[in-house]
Design a protein around this ligand. Structure first.
Ligand code: BGC
Length: 468
């Protein structure tokens, strides 16, 4: 078993690796998966207006179609973890690109409702797989000091995908050509497929397969340096047990599971997708009377999301994960409280419009700088190499379930407790999130994955997993 007091060699490897343009290119291509994630989850909000008419959907069918991507993602992320460990991250991302291409074309040209539903389920499946394999792959090729920024390129891509989906919906809204709205998603899918074909395997997965010479070759290529022995040795030494799903039930792994489920819960249950998926509806409730006014202010939400994710990227490795999470959750909680109070006191007033807009923008800013990128990052960091694919896939699958629960219940919650009560619930959950982060989330900035794993195996408490 690893002993945290003998972690000196990890520190050497952590300090050696630097960033170079090749590793940035590798991370950027893998992050195209994030564009597909954002685009395909966002595009339906505009497309459904026309699909509803063309297919003459009942309310129930419409709900099923809108949520099919989410449930597909739950299934995709839950069942593919084993394959990420068995066939490797690269092959899985290539296959995912292919599934995206097939699912997107099938949904764009579906002649019937069942076929449409099924093809959206396939797209969701691909999103589920990509949502955990892409951050996982990037975390395994990135040098420790820049891992936060590189893995979070995936979150940046998600926000760009969401923004593009708003743009595409707006562009084709005039003619109502929903087949184009959905079909455009084939472009990033093709880029992901061909781009991944050209990228190297994850060196860590290659070590897991026992191909040390190949791993050395890949490390030299992505580090752009000859001396990679320290990092290679760290990876080799971190492998202790045979890959086996029963590892998931070991007591020493519990902190990783609590972190994974907890971060997924708080990322989703503080209401991000109530805002991302229902922004036009909320803006209408706040008094932006025409649909086009509501849709225009929604674009502001999308742009702010992208901008503040860009600002967060360098800060994740500079300030660290914990300060950003604590700051972000505090800001999210305050913004939600203001939103709740605005709806409580201001129904029908001019003020409500603007305080709703400002507090929603505030919420997005704080989310984009904290839980948005950092949930994916920390989950990709804390599982041991032998079951990193399986572990992260199950955690991400749980987060998709929370996503489906919030998206599916938001309108019902508003009927039950009003907008004001619903946002108050999200605000209270943000406060609980602060307590969770304060007590359990480790600071992993600049620390190698092997170092985190050694701490985990040594039974170090969750909050100290990044300690040297
Ligand atoms: C979340 C998505 C959300 C997006 C918004 C992601 O990190 O997982 O559910 O829609 O951020 O930017």
């Amino acid at each position: 078993m690893h002993n945290p007091s003998s972690l000196g060699s990890y520190v050497v490897a952590e300090q050696q690796a630097t960033i170079n343009s090749f590793v940035v290119l590798v991370a950027s291509i893998a992050a195209v998966a994030g564009i597909l994630f954002g685009f395909d989850t966002g595009v339906i909000s505009g497309a459904i207006l026309f699909i509803r008419k063309d297919f003459m959907l009942s309310g129930l069918m419409e709900g099923l179609i809108v949520s099919s991507v989410l449930w597909g993602a739950v299934i995709g992320s839950a069942v593919s973890g084993y394959f990420a460990d068995y066939f490797g991250r690269k092959l899985l991302l290539i296959l995912t690109g292919l599934i995206f291409i097939v699912g997107t074309l099938a949904s764009a040209f579906s002649p019937t409702v069942p076929l449409f539903f099924f093809s959206r389920l396939i797209v969701g499946f691909a999103i589920g797989v990509a949502s955990f394999v892409s951050p996982l792959y990037i975390s395994e090729v990135a040098p420790p000091r820049f891992r936060g920024m590189l893995v979070s390129l995936n979150q940046l891509a998600i926000t760009i995908g969401i923004l593009c989906s708003y743009g595409v919906d707006a562009y084709f809204a005039e003619t109502g050509e929903w087949c184009w709205m959905l079909g455009i998603g084939v472009i990033p899918a093709v880029i992901l497929f061909f781009g991944m074909l050209m990228l190297p395997q994850s060196p860590r997965w290659i070590v897991l397969k026992g191909r040390i010479d190949k791993a050395r070759h890949i490390l030299k290529m992505i580090r752009r340096q000859e001396n990679v022995e320290a990092e290679l040795n760290d990876i080799k030494n971190s492998i202790e047990e045979k890959r086996d799903w029963r590892l998931l039930f070991q007591k020493w792994l519990r902190p990783a599971i609590i972190l994974g489920i907890g971060l997924g819960f708080f990322q989703q249950c503080t209401g991000i997708n109530a805002i991302i998926y229902y922004a036009p509806t909320i803006f209408e409730m706040a008094g932006f009377k025409t649909a086009s006014a509501a849709i225009s202010v929604t674009a502001i939400v999308g742009i702010v999301n992208v901008l503040f994710t860009i600002i967060a990227l360098p800060l994740i490795d500079l300030w660290g994960r914990r300060p950003l999470l604590l700051l972000g959750l505090t800001g999210m909680g305050i913004s939600l409280l203001i939103l709740s109070i605005s709806f409580y006191v201001g129904a029908d007033s001019e003020m409500l419009k603007w305080s709703a807009l400002l507090s929603m923008v505030g919420f997005i800013i704080f989310f984009a700088m904290s839980l948005g990128p950092i949930m994916w990052l920390v989950i990709a960091e804390v599982f041991p190499l032998e079951i990193r694919g399986l572990g992260t896939s199950l955690m991400i699958s749980a987060s998709w379930i929370f996503n489906g629960m919030v998206a599916g219940s938001f309108i019902t919650l508003v009927h039950l407790f009003d907008a004001s009560g619903t946002f108050l619930i999200f605000a209270v959950l943000s406060v609980l999130g602060i307590v969770f982060v304060y007590r359990t989330v480790p600071e992993t900035k600049g620390v190698s994955l092997e170092h985190i794993e050694a701490n985990l195996r040594a039974g170090v408490p969750s909050r100290q997993l990044g300690h040297k």
